[in-house]
Design a protein around this ligand. Structure first.
Ligand code: SF4
Ligand code: SF4
Length: 361
């Protein structure tokens, strides 16, 4: 009962403080077009630059073109609409960012990855410490610093923005590269210790009164995750729909944006977190999938010493993500490892170590 009350307080705090701290909703992209306007007039009516508009229309940037009417440049309404949408979307993306906050966030994330590596290599992560660190991550990275950027958002928004508007927002690609670099340095430490929604689900799972969690075999959860990725990508490119955007669980940190459908979905995920490990990460997250792919290149990760192992099966039972099942079976592509440290503490003969490969023996 105490745990349930504590969980309700945590979720209410997350929603309550986030409601106050979260940013205003995104602006709609609705270009204003009159084929009798010049390029400069069209650009200024839509708050973008003539240079960008001409570039998006694939026309040379010169005075004559800037002063020419859209109709005299043989620009159709559809072409103007597409070019303006791209320009407005990019401008809105840039304007919606608080760059100082983003730099601060990435600095903190790197400190977390390095600090986490130090703790894990020394096997200092106890269940109690882990819970406090998860709570801290939820509060710092989600409630106080907001859900943008997030590892999930960098993949989701890059695909959705390009699929729907044919626009690349370079800072998102940089953010994706940095998150991926974190996976390459410390395995899925960024997911396990720093992701806004990943840590919230994990915390709920840790505090759940249900000890025997539902475990869907990795081969099935992975198939579902790949399917979700394909459907989401196809919907963006073929139907101009951001399917994940409609139910994005990271919106819990921006409650003003939560629609009825998203609210039901988020509530369902939080409830599912009580009975199964990180349902969103396991079955749907696009960064969960790309991060899993890059795990095999990780410098620091869990290694198993077959000679020490007494085959007691403890690590297989305790690993929430089933990574150890694949690791001990010698699988090339085991389930995700969230660098939680549970298996390291649980192994009675220290056959599992979090280390650099070359330091292993
Ligand atoms: S897999 Fe989970 S922890 Fe990782 S980015 Fe996605 S939601 Fe966050
Ligand atoms: S318990 Fe599983 S997820 Fe956690 S560190 Fe060990 S292998 Fe990784």
């Amino acid at each position: 009962m105490k745990r349930i009350v504590a969980l309700l307080i945590i979720v209410a705090t997350v929603i309550g403080i986030s409601a106050v701290a979260s940013a205003a909703p995104k602006k709609e992209v609705s270009p204003r077009i009159d084929l009798n306007w010049t390029i400069e007039e069209t650009a200024s009516q839509n708050g973008v630059s003539g240079e960008v508009l001409l570039r998006n229309l694939e026309l040379p940037d010169n005075q004559a073109n800037r002063a020419a009417k859209l109709s005299s440049l043989n620009v159709s309404e559809e072409q103007a609409d597409l070019a303006l949408r791209k320009a407005i979307t990019l401008k809105n993306e840039g304007a919606s960012k608080n760059w100082q906050l983003i730099v601060l966030k990435f600095g903190l994330w790197w400190m977390l990855v390095i600090g986490g590596i130090v703790l894990l290599t020394r096997n200092l992560v106890t269940p109690v410490r882990r819970k406090w660190l998860l709570l801290l991550a939820v509060l710092v990275f989600g409630v106080f610093l907001g859900s943008d950027p997030s590892p999930m958002g960098t993949v989701k928004d890059t695909i959705a923005l390009y699929g729907i508007e044919r626009v690349f927002f370079p800072p998102r690609l940089v953010a994706f590269a940095v998150f991926t670099a974190m996976v390459i340095v410390g395995n899925k430490m960024i997911c396990g210790w720093g992701c806004q929604f990943g840590t919230l689900q994990d915390l709920i799972g840790q505090m759940s009164p249900i000890k025997q969690k539902l475990r869907v075999p990795f081969k099935w959860s992975q198939r579902i995750r790949i399917m979700v990725f394909i459907v989401f990508t196809l919907a963006a490119f073929l139907l101009s729909l951001d399917l994940i955007g409609v139910i994005d669980p990271f919106m819990i940190y921006a409650p003003a944006k939560v629609t009825f459908l998203a609210g039901i979905f988020i509530a369902l995920l939080l409830l599912l977190s009580l009975v199964t490990y990180r349902p969103w990460c396991t079955f749907a997250c696009p960064f969960g999938l790309t991060g899993w792919f890059f795990e095999r290149f990780a410098l620091y990760r869990v290694h198993w010493d077959e000679k020490k192992c007494i085959a007691c099966g403890t690590c297989k039972r305790i690993c929430p993500s089933q990574h150890t099942i694949g690791l001990l079976a010698g699988e090339k592509h085991p389930a995700d490892c969230y660098s939680c440290g549970a298996c390291l503490k649980a192994c009675p003969v220290s056959a599992l170590k979090y280390a650099r490969k070359k330091e292993q023996n």
